[in-house]
Structures are given as structure tokens and as C-alpha cells.
Design a protein around this ligand. Structure first.
Ligand SMILES: [Mn+2]
Length: 271
């Protein structure tokens, strides 16, 4: 019998129809496992349906910036922006407690194993100097404070903290920076400063390079790093072991899933 496959699904962002089609393609007999790269909701047309499906089917994901944004709105730390956000139907469903409980269990980074190969999943990225254990302890620092005091976590989350942190950096600023690394980062300087403004393929400044273009210590511990978030790349990192799988479904591109064993990619076109 063929071994079960594990797939990582790219940024869904409310593209429910494409999401269901993709699941049918990669898991026709409901025997494969899949995991999401975050940003399950927002910007797209049917975030509330994606969310219902995720809750009903116990689907797991790492946290993306839009997922955190939803939680911040539900908890009352941020207002729904009616011009940009498309989550009114979720908010009106009175499912806040259920959603917060479920999403608060999601990590910022996750190791998936298949046939002794390890893949690390993050929404946006990780720092080049991080080993796997550094990555997991940064993850733990965030998830612990999210679980222990969600209100404080979301009330103090929004910030463009881009300057690198040290052990002496205060808790809130450490959190802000680590959240930005895991869920928002695209460009990074060699002193670990973030450029959180540029969303294109190239940074306006030579000082900043795509985070994956540096040498990453974590690749001594895992075979692959899989990330989403950066639709403008259209999956192109020119790196064999760091794979971007946000193919911009919500912007008219496609929704992708990567098989972590052979790194093959299956896509469904945006409708
Ligand atoms: Mn994102």
C-alpha cells in the first residue's frame, strides 16, 4: 500500500471554492494529511466558509498576519477595516470564542516529518542565524504569551518594530519583532533589520535582501523550509530547499499545495 502523503497548502485568504477543489485533488480518498501555511482568511470572497470548514474538519495551520488580524478584531484590539478587510460575515456569526480558542492553538512555526525528512513551515519567514531549536523557542515565546494573556498579546501586537532584538529588549518589543519575522517579513538586512514596507520582488534599498537569500542555519536541521505570504514572488526563490507557496490565489493567481516528500506542487487556478 502506498504511504500517506503530506501536503502543505498555500495562502487561502477566503478563496473557499479553490480550497475545496484543491483538497479534492490532493486528498480524493481522505487519507492524506495536509497542513496550511497561514492566512486562511481575509481579502478573498468567502472567509466565513473557509473558517467553518477549517473548524468542522479540524484543519491545522501556522498563524499568518491575516489570521492574527482576525483574532485581534474578535478580541476587540482592532477595528474591522470595511474598505480592505472582508471578514464581516465571520464577525457577525457570534463564533468569536470558538474561533479564538481554535486559532490560539496554532503555532508560528511547525515541523512536519515524512520518511525521516523534516520540513519547517512558517507563514512569512525566519532569521538566518536561527537553528531549529532557536526557531522553536522563538515560537514558544510567542505561543506561551498568546495563550496566557490573549488580550494583552493582541492589544500590544500592532507595531512596525523592525530593529533586531536582543535578550535585553523588553518583552513587548521582542514579541512585536518576532511576530513580524514569522508573519510579515519579506526583506531583511544583514543586521536582522526588517523592511516591512516593500511588497515587490525587489527591495528599493540594497541594504535589504529577501530573507531566504541569506545562508540559513536551520537547513542543517531540516530539509526544507516552506512559507507563504509573499504573492509577488509567485513561488520563485531560486533556492532548492526554501519554497514559497503563495501563488496569489486571492489576486487571480492560483492556490498551491506542495507534497513535502517529493516537493511536487499541485495548483488550482483562481476563479
Ligand atoms: Mn500574509
Amino acid at each position: 500500500m502506498k504511504a500517506k502523503s503530506k501536503f502543505i497548502i498555500g495562502d487561502i485568504q477566503g478563496c473557499y471554492k479553490e480550497f475545496r477543489s484543491l483538497i479534492k485533488l490532493i486528498d480524493p480518498n481522505k487519507e492524506n494529511k495536509f497542513y496550511c501555511v497561514g492566512d486562511l482568511v481575509n481579502r478573498g470572497p468567502e472567509s466565513e466558509k473557509v473558517l467553518d470548514y477549517v473548524l468542522e474538519n479540524n484543519i491545522k495551520s501556522v498563524l499568518g498576519n491575516h489570521d492574527l488580524h482576525l483574532l485581534a478584531i474578535l478580541i476587540g484590539a482592532k477595528q474591522h477595516n470595511n474598505k480592505k478587510d472582508t471578514m464581516t460575515k465571520i464577525i457577525n456569526k457570534n463564533k468569536a470564542v470558538e474561533i479564538i480558542d481554535y486559532f490560539s492553538q496554532f503555532p508560528f512555526s511547525k515541523v512536519l516529518s515524512n520518511n525521516n525528512k523534516k520540513s519547517l513551515v512558517v507563514h512569512a519567514g525566519l532569521l538566518p542565524s536561527w537553528s531549529l531549536s532557536d526557531t522553536l523557542s522563538a515560537n514558544e515565546e510567542l505561543t506561551e504569551s498568546l495563550k496566557s494573556d490573549p488580550e494583552e498579546f493582541f492589544m500590544t501586537m500592532y507595531s512596525d518594530r523592525s530593529k533586531a532584538i536582543s535578550k535585553s529588549t523588553n518583552k513587548k518589543n521582542r514579541r512585536r519583532y518576532l511576530i513580524n519575522v514569522f508573519t510579515r517579513m519579506r526583506f531583511l538586512s544583514n543586521s536582522n533589520r526588517l523592511d516591512l514596507q516593500t511588497k515587490l520582488k525587489k527591495s528599493g534599498s540594497k541594504k535589504f535582501q529577501p530573507w531566504f537569500s541569506y545562508e540559513h542555519k536551520v537547513l542543517n536541521d531540516v530539509e526544507n523550509v516552506i512559507f507563504g505570504h509573499w504573492a509577488a514572488l509567485n513561488g520563485v526563490t531560486n533556492h532548492n530547499n526554501i519554497k514559497g507557496i503563495d501563488l496569489g490565489c486571492v489576486w487571480g493567481g492560483s492556490l498551491a499545495a506542495i507534497n513535502i516528500e517529493d516537493k511536487s506542487i499541485i495548483t488550482v487556478d483562481s476563479r
